[in-house]
Every structure is written in structure tokens, then in C-alpha cells.
Design a protein around this ligand. Structure first.
Ligand SMILES: *Cc1c(COP(=O)(O)O)cnc(C)c1O
Length: 414
């Protein structure tokens, strides 16, 4: 029974979240996902036109006319839903076709679709590893990997973020196990830094370990032809398991996959629980994603534009006197260090028509508050110029342009 006492207890917990400033409030968007959006925030206020600087729509394909047209065609030819998991009666020709195209694009041996990358990560470790094995993960891997590791029977261990000496120690420590799996994200979502995948692969070969890469924030645009972090680091074909999402650069709808060694993919088909017990990716999404892979396989135009815009944006912010996390990905965190400053800054940006979100503890470490901006191939120069102008104006208002980290902290506290 949901008694008044139980209700009060939940209200208290929710109230605590609000007073700690960790209560998440959703922004409502009343238009398709794009560089230009119509947003309502806070709920109940008037709809406002803003430039979106915080979507994972890296290639601008979420509302691309050809993707929409392909999805429409798929809806007409293959129906709305499958009302089945894949292995009973949920596999259509377009699901097989998409898996084949992903295999070619990612440069692997085989691919299996999942309802999401969260599900791919939730199922893969349990499916391919046993008690005698060990998983050694970077300490900053995505939450879905942490959950997937919890579900597996293999032993768990971690290494300090991108610390290759520490990883090597752990590999030495675990030489007695049947199999070792090194686990990393390709592009880390909060700082926008890339894994040292070339060194990881070298260590894996030296210590007889397999490599797992979650390339959700890289597939489609990192690397010369956008295949991902493994292409960027020159280790195409040497990653044993890649998971990625269709929910970011690759159209942004939903769906994920495990791609890699044929036998490992087959183990997932036989054993991965989110694959066996959750519904098939909707035909309309499969049809749209096929067009996405065709588009990005035929030309690198979009990822090239994204690379140029990212460079312009990184240089612009730096020249304006703001502090950014150095790197090369389109994830560009503007460092403000103080939690309240990050919230005030984001609100003022919104008033100037720029939509970006401030992150602070516990999403990022203490005294590392920031506004995470994400560049998209959908951004034109006029979007970026307007956004830079707004960041400069707000930076000026708070008197932080040209200040060092220590000076900002002295002024606003941690
Ligand atoms: C977004 C993300 C996921 C989850 O992807 P979904 O398909 O939305 O479930 C998994 N891993 C990483 C690294 C991500 O960034």
C-alpha cells in the first residue's frame, strides 16, 4: 500500500535532491532536434528560439531530410513494430542489412543490434566472460559499462583514467586468469578526451588480453573516415569488441550494437539477456540507420565540417579568454570551476538564445564545474558566431575573461 507515510518519505527524498541542487529538470523542445530549436524552460514559460549547443547530434543527421525519407519508406514497407524479440519473429531483412553495414563501417567481423547501447553494455560482459576471467576498466567508463560489469560473473578491476603504467600493472597482476578484457570508452563524454587506444592495444598484445571499446561518442566522426577512435589511433581491426549507439551521431533515434570478433558476437546472440528478452529495434529506426551509414560511408563531408567547426570553436573560446579542456573532439567543456557560476552562466546564455547546460558535482568532480558544449555539423558559421558572442558577453559580465583557474576560484570559490 502506498501509505501517506511512504508518500511523505519519498517527498522528503525528492526535496533533499532539490535542496542539494541535484534535482534534474527537463527542458521541453517543441521542434525537431537541430541546431535551431524551439524550447520551453522552465516548464510553463514562453517558447523561445535558441541555438542548441548541447546535443549529441554530432553529424546533424537527427533531422536530415534523407534520413527522414528513408525512415518513412521503411515504415511503409516494413511496418511500425515487430511485436517480438529478434530470435522468435523479430528479425527482418533490414535488421540483417543494418548489421552488415555496421560491420563494414566499423571494420569488424560481425555485428549484433541491441535496443540501445545501454543494453549492449548491459549484456555483453555476462555473455562473453566467465568466473575465471577478469575485466579491467578505465575508471571513467560510462555508467552503462559499470552496470554491465556488475551483472557479469568475471572478476572486476579498474585502472586510473588513461594511466597506461597502471593498466600494465593490472595486466601483470591478472596473468593467472583465463582471459583478460581491457575496457574503455573511445571518447570520454565529460572531458572530451580520447582513449590512448594504440597503447592499450599494444599492452593487450603484450599481455594476451582482449580489448573492449565503447565508441558511442566517436562513431561516425572520429578518425579520417569517421569510423571511430580505433581508426584515429591506427588500430582498425585490432579491437575485439566495439559497442556503440545509434542514438548520437548515427541518426540519434535509438538502438545500439556489439560489433567485433565473430565468435563473441555469436555468444551475444545466444546469451545476451537484453538481446534475448527485449524487443527488436523498430523497422523505422533500422531503415533510417541504414541510410545514415550509407550517407557517411559515401562522403566524409559532414565529419570534415564538424572537425573544422570544432577547431574554430575551440580557438574562439580560447581567444575570448575562456578556459576550455584541451582536446580535439567536438565535446568542448568551458571550465567555470564553481557550481553556482556554472548555473548562472547557463541561464544568462539561455537569455541570449544559447542553449547549453552547466554540470557540477556529482556529475563532474568537485571544483570542476563547467558548461559542456558540443559542436554539430548542423551548426553553420552564423550559429557559432552568435554562440561565441554570447559566451564572451556572459564571461565579461562575470569578469572571468583572461583569468586563470586560480583567479576564477579566488573570485567565486570552488
Ligand atoms: C550514450 C552512451 C551510451 C548509451 O547509449 P544508448 O544507446 O542511448 O543507450 C553508452 N555508452 C556511452 C559511452 C555513451 O556515451
Amino acid at each position: 500500500m502506498f501509505s501517506p507515510e511512504i508518500r511523505t518519505s519519498y517527498q522528503q527524498q525528492l526535496g533533499d535532491m532539490q535542496s542539494q541542487g541535484i534535482f534534474k529538470q527537463e527542458r521541453v523542445i517543441c521542434s525537431p532536434q537541430d541546431a535551431d530549436i524551439e524550447a520551453v524552460f522552465p516548464i510553463g514559460s514562453e517558447m523561445k528560439h535558441v541555438i542548441n549547443m548541447c546535443a549529441n547530434n554530432y553529424l546533424g543527421l537527427s533531422s536530415h531530410p534523407e534520413v527522414i525519407a528513408a525512415a518513412h519508406a521503411g515504415l511503409d514497407s516494413h511496418g511500425y513494430g515487430m511485436s517480438s524479440v529478434r530470435f522468435i519473429c523479430g528479425t527482418q531483412d533490414i535488421h540483417k542489412e543494418l548489421e552488415k553495414k555496421l560491420t563494414e563501417f566499423l571494420g569488424t567481423e560481425d555485428t549484433i543490434l541491441f535496443p540501445s547501447c545501454m543494453d549492449a553494455n548491459g549484456g555483453v560482459f555476462e555473455a562473453v566472460l566467465g568466473e575465471q576471467d577478469v575485466m579491467i576498466a578505465d575508471r571513467l567508463v560510462h555508467a552503462s559499462i559499470v552496470d554491465g560489469m556488475r551483472l557479469a560473473k568475471a572478476q572486476q578491476d579498474t585502472y586510473k583514467h588513461s594511466d597506461m603504467a597502471h593498466l600494465e600493472q593490472k595486466l601483470q597482476l591478472h596473468q593467472d586468469k583465463r582471459a583478460r578484457l581491457i575496457i574503455t570508452d573511445g571518447s570520454f563524454s565529460m572531458d572530451g578526451d580520447l582513449a590512448k587506444l594504440d597503447q592499450i592495444v599494444e599492452l593487450a598484445e603484450k599481455y594476451n588480453a582482449m580489448v573492449f571499446l565503447d565508441d558511442s561518442h566517436a562513431s561516425g566522426f572520429i578518425g579520417k573516415t569517421g569510423r571511430g577512435t580505433h581508426e584515429h589511433c591506427g588500430v582498425l581491426g585490432r579491437i575485439d569488441i566495439i559497442t556503440t549507439t545509434l542514438g548520437k551521431a548515427l541518426g540519434g533515434a535509438s538502438g545500439g550494437c556489439v560489433s567485433g570478433r565473430r565468435e563473441l558476437v555469436e555468444m551475444c546472440r545466444q546469451k545476451a539477456r537484453p538481446y534475448l528478452f527485449s524487443n527488436t529495434v523498430p523497422p523505422v529506426v533500422a531503415a533510417g540507420a541504414i541510410r545514415v551509414i550509407d550517407l557517411i560511408s559515401s562522403t566524409t563531408e559532414r565529419r570534415d565540417k564538424l572537425e573544422k567547426s570544432t577547431q574554430w570553436w575551440r580557438e574562439g573560446l580560447t581567444k575570448a579568454g575562456l578556459i576550455i579542456k584541451a582536446g580535439e573532439t567536438p565535446i568542448v567543456p568551458v571550465m567555470l570551476f564553481n557550481a553556482k557560476l556554472s548555473q548562472d552562466f547557463a541561464r544568462d546564455l539561455y537569455d541570449l538564445g544559447i542553449y547549453a547546460v552547466g554540470f557540477f558535482f556529482p556529475v563532474v568532480p568537485k571544483a570542476q564545474a563547467r558548461i559542456r558544449t558540443q559542436i554539430s555539423a548542423a551548426h553553420e558559421m552564423h550559429h557559432l558566431e552568435k554562440a561565441l558572442d554570447a559566451f564572451t558577453k556572459v564571461g565579461e559580465k562575470y569578469g572571468i575573461l583572461g583569468l586563470t583557474k586560480a583567479e576564477i576560484i579566488a573570485k567565486y570559490g570552488e
